[in-house]
Design a protein around this ligand. Structure first.
Ligand code: SF4
Ligand code: SF4
Length: 300
């Protein structure tokens, strides 16, 4: 059991992803590999040095700081075989062009970073949202943070794609004030093609959680030509009706994730999709409403 977890970002003052003013804790690592992933830096559990080319002044203080010879000037690449993730280059860079993402945190270290936001949570009814990546990869860590949040009366939310062991999570999930559960593709072959493994588990977990009456809200990312087909909307709407949960949050696709692939020298293919238009989003909303599903909101 691990009581640390790799965090790749903490976004403060978010007005999305739950009520009030929130701090979003992004955990690194995911068992799925959505073809449209908007946080590709989250997929791999391992830490990585991210390089923001547009900030680089090309004075190469980083190269001088690297004792491993891992920084290659030609085309500016970090040789991942040589890099020990020591962080010296990050400290040496005066331009903020390098960042170590995925640092391990204990629950207490995370709470210390969140502490400055407690007054905002209290005034706004906000709190902490665990996202990623897939936060359910870290049950021991999250359970401890939940207990610490509970002693501070902080609202907690988790965003999950649903691929987790219910056996492991069934005692932890009731500790959340809110659970956002993503329904993406309800055709097993489409799921396997675009997301990877776990269709049966995701499907079974959605039904199981709705049956044990947890504070769960379902969401669907609207990905043009992939999740917004009439067949998929129909299947999602039927499942929501079957579960007695006839409402959905829609998450409009934007393509900013593709730019991040270069930052981490990722290898995932680019979809090359344009962001979802307002007109198409309105059509998808109507498709759900025609099937008796309430559309709760649209977050990007
Ligand atoms: S130290 Fe920073 S700004 Fe300078 S070359 Fe390296 S990454 Fe670019
Ligand atoms: S993290 Fe350390 S080993 Fe890796 S590139 Fe930077 S200085 Fe070199």
């Amino acid at each position: 059991m691990s009581f640390t977890a790799p965090i790749f970002d903490i976004q403060r003052f978010s007005l999305h992803d739950g009520p009030g003013i929130r701090s979003l804790v992004f955990l690194k690592g995911c068992p799925l590999h959505c073809s449209w992933c908007q946080n590709p830096e989250s997929q791999n559990r391992a830490a990585v040095i991210a390089f923001y080319r547009d900030r680089c002044a090309e004075h190469f203080e980083c190269e001088a700081a690297c004792e491993e010879g891992a920084i290659q000037r030609d085309g500016f690449r970090i040789d991942q075989q040589k890099c020990t993730l020591c962080g010296s280059c990050v400290e040496a860079c005066p331009s903020g062009a390098l960042r170590l993402i995925g640092e391990q945190h204990t629950p207490d270290q995370l709470m210390e970073k969140l502490r400055a936001d407690f007054p905002y949570f209290a005034r706004s009814g906000g709190g902490v949202t665990f996202t990623g990546g897939e936060p359910t990869l870290y049950p021991s860590f999250i359970e401890r943070v939940l207990d610490l949040c509970s002693t501070e009366s902080i609202h907690t939310n988790i965003e999950t794609a649903g691929l987790f062991s219910l056996e492991r999570w069934k005692s932890i999930l009731p500790k959340f004030d809110l659970i956002y559960f993503d329904l993406k593709l309800l055709d097993p072959e489409q799921h396997a093609h675009h997301l990877g493994p776990g269709f049966e588990t995701v499907h079974a977990n959605a039904i199981a959680l709705s049956e044990i009456k947890l504070p769960i809200e379902f969401r669907m990312p609207v990905i043009p030509g992939i999740t917004d087909t009439e067949d998929n909307i129909d299947a999602v709407a039927r499942l929501l009706q079957q579960m007695g949960k006839p409402s959905i949050h829609l998450l409009a696709y934007h393509n900013m994730g593709e730019a991040k692939i270069d930052i981490i020298e990722g290898s995932q293919p680019r979809l090359g999709l344009a962001r979802l238009s307002d007109e198409r989003l309105a059509e998808v909303q109507n498709s759900f409403r025609e099937r008796g599903i309430e559309v709760l909101g649209n977050d990007g």
